[in-house]
Design a binder for this molecule. Structure first.
Ligand code: HEC
Ligand code: HEC
Length: 450
């Protein structure tokens, strides 16, 4: 399908085209609640001959802004009949409601928005559990549009209670949407993490609330699935067999960008991109070397001039990511799992995404006071400290896998960066990274190829 010698197959889509595509996938979101779950896959264009009993072939391409991404499952195919894709509770939601294969196993805000318009805010994703606040008015379409304002941005309301023996206390809360935040309970708006690439993971959940510092990802996934079925899906406690089926499925999924516009396959000309190669990657510390074969590639030496120029650009971005930045930091310093970008030791970091200066409308703001020192700091989401109560854990979050990242904007736990360029600008502003305009573009090209 992607002949490396042919001209680029894709052009960069216009926004109107993306909207049409999103409308199609959104129809599938609406259909997911119907008894015929197969309709869900048919509308995204998998024909009956390619799809046998709900099996999505390995490496089947799903389009995104930068090209295509794909999932490679160690089971040999992606099984859309797994209970992951079927409602397990009483509210019509399944894991797939928020973790969608075509959106990098997360969900794109435009899908949520269009689903709202298609269903008047009645699809299962629109549940009071994820409204702006637990007491929001959801009685009319107009009321629901307001009540699900944060959800329409792809943000889900999640909470946690601060341990009573914590090193800090919350002394003030500004909660414009009445999320239910209090001096003991944190409420925050979060992006769904991708449910893939767990073969190179040590944490489960944005503040590792599920693996909880043990590094035991299997146990973390079990606890996450049980909690979701009884929580977000409002179901009874599932059987251990059912949970293992879901977890084994998630553990087999490898997700990565597969092709980019203007280049074609990310395995062309000696490169090592794409989900299949990722499935062979060991969880070790190391630099990204996926695009080593493209370093200083002479334009025209592999395929066309323009494709080779873009390949060299991606390789330049890779080396910017691997290098120590003139500002002193290094992307790879934290994203240190070779060719994946999670942290091999499961270390959580504060990249400043919860700082009050980056607060967006609707987010609660907490003022914390260190009980011993009296030190004060403000945050929109204290992250790991919700669980540990430790001052040093305030605003720390897991270092996520960066594979296939272009498929799941907006970025960071709270979605404050709408694009990959905005992510880089955030690092410049918050952590003192320094990039030229050209370097920023190179780095984006690299991230888009992950
Ligand atoms: C209503 C939306 C929704 C549903 C339904 C849902 N999730 Fe999630 N999921 C999220 C959000 C939001 C997060 C991030 C929450 C956090 O960490 O604070 C998340 C995080 C996760 C993570 C953590 C991934 C990582 O990299 O650490 C896993 C695993 C996961 N979900 C699996 C599932 C499974 C399995 C189901 C079904 C049993 C499910 N989810 C159903 C919204 C959802
Ligand atoms: C201090 C450690 C650290 C450094 C340095 C760092 N990152 Fe991150 N990165 C993280 C953590 C932790 C997160 C999640 C933070 C959050 O959501 O609050 C993250 C998130 C991201 C995301 C968003 C992922 C998503 O799914 O939302 C991207 C993209 C990213 N980093 C790229 C980079 C690049 C590019 C650099 C270098 C310019 C870099 N990172 C430097 C630790 C780091």
């Amino acid at each position: 399908m992607f002949d490396r010698r042919s001209k680029p197959l894709f052009h960069r889509p216009r926004f109107s085209e993306l909207l049409v595509a999103a409308a199609v996938v959104s129809a599938s979101v609406a259909c997911a609640a119907e008894p015929d779950a197969s309709a869900d896959v048919e509308v995204v264009g998998v024909s009956g001959t390619e799809l046998h009993d709900g099996r999505i072939p390995n490496s089947f391409p799903f389009p995104n802004e930068a090209g295509t991404a794909a999932t490679y499952s160690t089971a040999g195919f992606v099984d859309s009949n797994n209970p992951f894709h079927e409602p397990q509770g009483r509210n019509g939601r399944s894991c797939e409601t928020c973790h969608r294969i075509h959106s990098g196993w997360s969900i794109h805000p435009v899908e949520v928005e269009l689903t709202f318009w298609l269903t008047g805010g009645r699809a299962p994703i629109f549940n009071l559990l994820d409204a702006n606040g637990p007491n929001a008015d959801v009685s009319t379409v107009a009321a629901r549009y307001t009540a699900y304002g944060m959800l329409r941005k792809g943000l889900f309301r999640r909470g946690g209670t601060i341990p009573s023996n914590a090193e800090f206390e919350i002394i003030a809360v500004d909660d414009p949407l009445q999320t239910g935040a209090s001096l003991t309970r944190v409420q925050a708006f979060r992006r769904p993490l991708a449910t893939a690439n767990f073969h190179i993971a040590r944490n489960v959940g944005w503040h590792d609330q599920n693996a909880d510092g043990t590094g035991d990802v299997h146990a973390g996934l079990v606890s996450q699935a049980v909690g979701n079925i009884t929580g977000a899906q409002q179901g009874d406690a599932p059987t251990p067999e059912l949970v293992e089926e879901i977890v084994a499925y998630e553990e087999g999924l490898r997700f990565a960008q597969q092709s980019v516009f203007g280049v074609g396959l990310l395995t062309s000309c000696g490169a090592q991109g794409g989900p299949e190669k990722l499935s062979e990657q060991a969880p070790v510390k190391g630099r990204f070397d996926l695009f080593d074969a493209w370093i200083d590639l002479v334009p025209g030496s592999c395929t066309t001039l323009s494709a080779d120029e873009k390949r060299a650009q991606i390789a330049r971005g890779q080396e910017l990511f691997n290098a120590t930045n003139p500002g002193g930091g290094s992307c790879r310093g934290c994203h240190d799992a070779a060719n994946n970008g999670s942290n091999v030791d499961g270390i959580l970091f504060d990249v400043g995404a919860s700082r009050p200066e980056f607060r967006k409308p609707g987010m609660p703001l907490y003022t914390l006071r260190n009980k011993a020192t009296g030190e004060i700091r403000q945050t929109t989401d204290p992250g790991r400290a919700i669980r540990t109560g430790l001052w040093q854990d305030v605003d720390r979050f897991k270092t996520p896998s960066l594979r296939g990242v272009v498929a799941r904007a907006p970025y960071f736990h709270n979605g404050i960066a709408p694009t990959l360029e905005a992510v880089i600008l955030h690092y410049e502003e918050a952590l003192g990274f320094v990039f030229t305009k050209r370097e920023r573009k190179d780095l984006v090209a690299f991230l888009e190829a992950l």
